[in-house]
Design a protein around this ligand. Structure first.
Ligand code: PEP
Ligand code: MN
Length: 363
């Protein structure tokens, strides 16, 4: 009995190797076909041919496997074969760390985000409301030694009756005030048609959560030579987020910063749920810098210290935070923006955390 089992197993091993050899042979032929198709610019996937092959195989099926099982097995082989024919970038994204093991460092003038650089903080009001409002914020940023001033000029609001932003006038205000204080402007663009002209005012183009899958906007952002801060969509998976970044990078602009800003879940005690695990996952899977928007991900002011530290501990290359001279009268996100005094305190707390960590890693 044991002797029979042993010899049957040997027989199985032999067949396994035969199958492997046959699959490998099939793979080599498929690759050759792929080369020919490439020269002839013919589409690699040919559903009519695939259907014909499957029909022929099923016709010859004499069991013991059911037709469905045989179909399933061969479809797997076809799928793997098609992958062999595909270009490298179809298999492994340009934004993937497998394609580029080194961190991408995003450069904005003399400033750098990502790589071994210290984490940066991007701060400013949710919306640009007036020159005076932006100047009050810019002054504090400057005092704090910060570089990146944010502010929304084109506001993608959930309700069409809410403040829609000052548009180009808002961008003009940002540029003017930022120049006074030698700051860099980060601002959202929502329409591909506005991209080229916005380059005049903006140092980093923000693509907001609601537009993460606005593919025309992504393509347009890939065609300009200015850094892009891409926010994760309201309900986007990490994979979808990386595909969105791929749209930009594959068009020629590799200066992309990923921003985790919370995703929609059933939890109601925060505005969104900060997916903190996305930070190390994105850093691992991709070479792009990753920052965390602590304002939109929480929608509340009372936990910002802890969330900022959590983001830095998770490996974020920076933070985004909304601050307003008088949040109570803000035209958007009045409940989550912090006033300038609280902002200074938050910065102190972040500095303390960073110093502590530097000492720890030095020691
Ligand atoms: C913003 O940062 O101004 C904004 C609208 O955020 P989000 O796109 O993440 O909602
Ligand atoms: Mn906001």
């Amino acid at each position: 009995m044991n002797h029979t089992l042993e010899s049957l197993r040997k027989e199985l091993d032999r067949i396994n190797f035969q199958l492997l050899n046959l699959i490998a042979q099939r793979g080599s032929i498929v690759k050759e076909i792929g080369e020919i198709k490439k020269k002839q610019s013919v589409n690699k996937f040919d559903p009519i041919r695939e259907r014909k092959m499957l029909d022929q195989i099923i016709e010859h099926n004499k069991g013991p496997f059911s037709d469905d099982t045989v179909r399933h097995l061969f479809k797997q082989i076809f799928k793997a074969s098609l992958e062999l024919q595909q270009e490298e970038h179809h298999k492994t994204l340009l934004v993937s760390r497998k394609r580029r093991p080194l961190d991408t460092v995003v450069r904005i003038g003399d400033e750098e985000i990502g790589g071994n650089n210290d984490p940066i903080v991007i701060a400013g009001p949710c919306s640009v409301e007036s020159e005076e409002q932006v100047r009050k914020v810019a002054q504090v940023l400057k005092q704090q030694g910060l570089i990146f001033l944010r502010g929304g000029a084109y506001k993608p609001r959930t309700s069409p009756y809410d403040f829609q932003g000052l548009g180009e006038q808002g961008l003009e205000i940002l540029r003017k005030v930022a120049d006074e204080f030698h700051l860099k402007v980060v601002s959202e663009i929502v329409n591909p048609a506005n991209l080229n002209s916005s380059v005049e005012y903006v140092d980093v183009i923000q693509i907001g959560a609601r537009n993460m899958q606005n593919f025309e906007l992504l393509k347009a952002a890939g065609s300009v030579q200015i850094p892009v801060l891409l926010k994760r969509g309201l309900s986007a998976t990490i994979e979808e987020f990386l595909f969105a970044a791929e749209y930009i990078v594959s068009r020629g602009n590799n200066q992309v910063i990923l921003c985790e800003r919370g995703i929609r879940t059933y939890e109601k005690w925060t505005r969104n749920t900060l997916d903190i695990s996305a930070v190390p996952i994105l850093k691992k899977e991709s070479h792009l810098p990753v920052i965390v928007d602590i304002s939109h991900s929480t929608g509340r002011r009372d936990i910002l210290d802890a969330i900022a530290k959590a983001a830095l501990a998770a490996g974020a290359d920076g933070l985004m935070v909304e601050t307003h001279p008088d949040p109570a009268v803000a035209l958007s996100d009045a409940n989550q923006q912090i006033n300038l005094t609280t902002f200074r305190e938050l910065m102190k707390e972040i500095d303390r955390y960073n110093r502590l960590n530097t000492v720890k890693s030095d020691g």
